[in-house]
Design a protein around this ligand. Structure first.
Ligand code: COD
Length: 300
């Protein structure tokens, strides 16, 4: 099974068990709007950590009915994230969601050695895009957490993402490891890593997926472009997951898809005790809602 669009993601979680989601700092309009929608759709049960008065004022001015929703009052933004993380690490919540605060503050709390959400795995960012010009949803990693992943990190990033795609119903997702070119060039580290990842996959050192690379972006997503270049590949033109060489390339692709191609996006952090919804503060309410769906589908 592959996801054709974000509605398929919704179908995946509808009727399933409600997941407990904790949002901090919760005084954020788009996050609250998304959470209330997911709550009304019976997908999650929210807990809001943050400034109670501000949360209630936002809800009042937007006509959000939060009767019955638990609010934990913590006016300090950083402390509210710590409270939320501690709730997750003590087993009181299944999903963590970032509210009105910078990503790196949340990530630092998540990585806290005493009360954070470490598992011994590398944590990585995973995003799904629905874009009109591609035949199915396409996953992209890592566009927001690992800055300059080594080969060792890329193996962990692929494993995190493939495990997530397997949970979403993909039996053997097709992974394109991107470079600027589709030939191995000893001066381009991304192409060397791509070739090694492909060989490791062939030898079953990386399982449950089909990896090919290096592929340039055009032949990863267009069979015609691959054929014109004479590339024979099971992945070319049919990619489910794009592995980025580094955060800059990944982040620029992410923002280009959203701003130029008007793509819908859902994104989470994988590899921690639970999925983490870590959308950008400028992301739309829709993106936050779809990310909650993704976290619910990825959560065990
Ligand atoms: N997975 C698991 N452990 C990690 C990871 C990871 N991805 N990254 C760091 N750690 C561990 C290290 O092993 C170490 O024990 C500890 O965390 C601190 O490591 P540092 O000093 O390298 O990490 P920090 O705290 O300086 O930074 C970690 C961040 C995730 C905050 C950093 O990598 C970062 O800023 N990433 C980019 C986030 C960002 O700005 N995204 C915005 C794009 S929208």
């Amino acid at each position: 099974m592959v996801l054709k669009n974000m509605n398929d993601l919704k179908r995946l979680v509808e009727g399933g068990p409600r997941k407990k989601l904790v949002l901090a700092p919760a005084q954020d309009q788009h996050s609250l709007g998304a959470i209330i929608k997911a709550w009304k759709d019976n997908i999650i049960e929210p807990v809001l950590v943050g400034d109670k008065e501000e949360i209630e004022n936002i809800c009042k001015s937007n006509n959000y009915d939060i009767t019955g929703v638990r609010i934990v009052h913590e006016p300090n933004a950083e402390k509210s994230v710590e409270t939320a993380v501690r709730m997750v690490s003590s087993g009181q919540a299944d999903i963590l969601m970032k509210g009105k605060i910078g990503s790196s503050t949340v990530l630092k709390c998540v990585l806290n050695k005493e009360w954070g959400l470490r598992t011994g795995n590398l944590l990585s960012h995973f995003a799904l895009f629905e874009v009109d010009t591609y035949k199915k949803v396409i996953a992209v990693t890592d566009v927001a957490m690992n800055i300059a992943p080594t080969l060792h990190d890329k193996i962990a990033i692929v494993n995190n993402s493939v495990a997530c795609l397997n949970r979403l119903g993909y039996k053997m997702p097709k992974v394109a490891v991107l470079g600027a070119v589709e030939m191995v060039n000893e001066n381009m580290q991304a192409t060397l890593d791509a070739a090694l990842l492909s060989k490791m996959n062939q030898r079953d050192q990386i399982k449950n997926c089909i990896i090919d690379g290096p592929l340039a972006f055009d032949n990863a997503v267009s069979l015609e472009s691959a054929q014109l270049k004479g590339i024979k590949s099971e992945v070319a033109g049919d990619t489910d997951l794009l592995l980025m060489p580094d955060i800059e390339v990944g982040n620029v692709l992410y923002k280009s898809l959203v701003f130029f191609a008007k793509a819908k996006v859902a994104s989470i952090i994988l590899g921690a005790m639970v999925p983490i919804v870590l959308t950008s503060r400028s992301d739309s309410e829709q993106a936050k809602f779809d990310s909650i769906l993704l976290a619910a589908a990825a959560s065990r």
